[in-house]
Design a protein around this ligand. Structure first.
Ligand code: UDP
Ligand code: MG
Length: 316
């Protein structure tokens, strides 16, 4: 198998026919040496029916159905684990990433690269809010983490078997796939493209999922927020020292220091800081707990290739 195309799909029934039609054209030159893997991430609409229907006309297509919604990154991981190709191409189901770029990416990989990622030079049809939060997210993530994660790139990329196996050997449950590829290293290069608006349907990333995705990424790739507590303690010690000078001076001069406002302010400020640091600690501890449980990431309930119901993920 030369190329595997992996697409996570959640409630994408309208997109599937367009997606398959465009992908078929793109992989046509590779014939039987290409496979298209559509992972149904616990959709509640007709996505699985669409995948099965598409399979009748497209012999290269394979559908994988997860037992429940596990989120974009896990669905993608499920597809990556099932992929058999020497080169693996991943994209979103909504056709925001042009599949036609595969040819160019293959060309770059021929020149010896292991990861060719798409960099969004422009984002069309996305709300100001989405673009602004994405902009802040990539910059904050890079400022905090020790890994250089390419800015403004998604999971749209072509990777070699070598790079993929490296990423799949990482056992963590918090999957932040693009960061994991960045961490894995190998020879990487970006290719600029213009991100189209969503072809059909609406975004499957509501604010709640976006926040989860961002906190997962930050906690998985940085421990810097934990150092926040230490920094804040120095700041509050400094502040207390200044207050002490003021209070001592008033005592010496037989003046009472006026005001409950300053007391209330100090209490609420410092309890805010304390709760914030506790919250940050909690985020990490919660994730430690999830990692420690070591549950399988997902279960496959249906596979158009066979009746596998065991987790594909092999646990050590
Ligand atoms: N997706 C998924 N599971 C989810 C949410 C999203 O498999 O829980 C898929 C979705 O079908 C799409 C991709 O992840 O193929 C990216 O989602 P979307 O296009 O909605 O995100 P956006 O482009 O708005 O950030
Ligand atoms: Mg999209």
């Amino acid at each position: 198998m030369l190329v595997s195309v992996v697409v996570p799909c959640m409630n994408e029934e309208e997109s599937i026919p367009h997606l398959v039609a465009r992908l078929e054209k793109v992989v046509a030159p590779y014939g039987k040496r290409a496979e298209i893997l559509l992972v149904d991430d616990g959709s509640t609409d007709g996505t699985w029916a669409e995948i099965e229907a598409a399979r009748k006309t497209c012999s290269q297509l394979r559908g994988l159905r997860l037992s429940a919604n596990r989120g974009h990154q896990v669905a993608l991981t499920a597809g990556l684990e099932a992929a058999q190709g020497e080169r693996i191409f991943m994209l979103d189901a909504d056709l925001q990433d042009p599949p036609e770029l595969l040819g160019d990416m293959m060309g770059m990989m021929d020149r010896g690269y292991d990861v060719v990622y798409g960099r969004r030079s422009e984002r069309q049809g996305e709300t100001i809010f989405k673009r602004a939060t994405a902009w802040v997210f990539y910059r904050a993530l890079n400022a905090m983490s020790d890994v250089d994660i390419p800015r403004d790139t998604g999971d749209f990329r072509l990777v070699s078997r070598k790079a993929l196996d490296a990423v799949l050997s990482m056992p963590e449950r918090a999957r932040f796939v693009r960061g994991m590829f960045a961490w894995a290293g190998f020879r990487q290069i970006g290719i600029e493209y213009c991100r189209a608006p969503r072809a059909m349907g609406e975004t499957k990333y509501p604010l709640r999922k976006m926040i989860r995705f961002a906190t997962d990424a930050m906690t998985a790739f940085s421990t810097r927020p934990l150092k926040f507590a230490t920094r804040m303690s120095f700041a509050s010690l400094g502040f207390s020292a200044l207050m002490m000078i003021y209070v001592l001076r008033s005592l010496i001069l037989y003046q009472t220091a006026p005001g409950w406002a300053s007391v209330v302010l100090a209490i609420s400020l410092f309890s805010g800081v304390q709760l914030l640091t506790l919250g940050i600690l909690g985020e990490y501890i919660g994730r430690l707990y999830i990692e420690a449980k070591n549950r399988p990431l997902y279960f496959v309930s249906e596979d158009t290739r066979g009746a596998e119901t065991v987790p594909l993920r092999k646990l050590a």
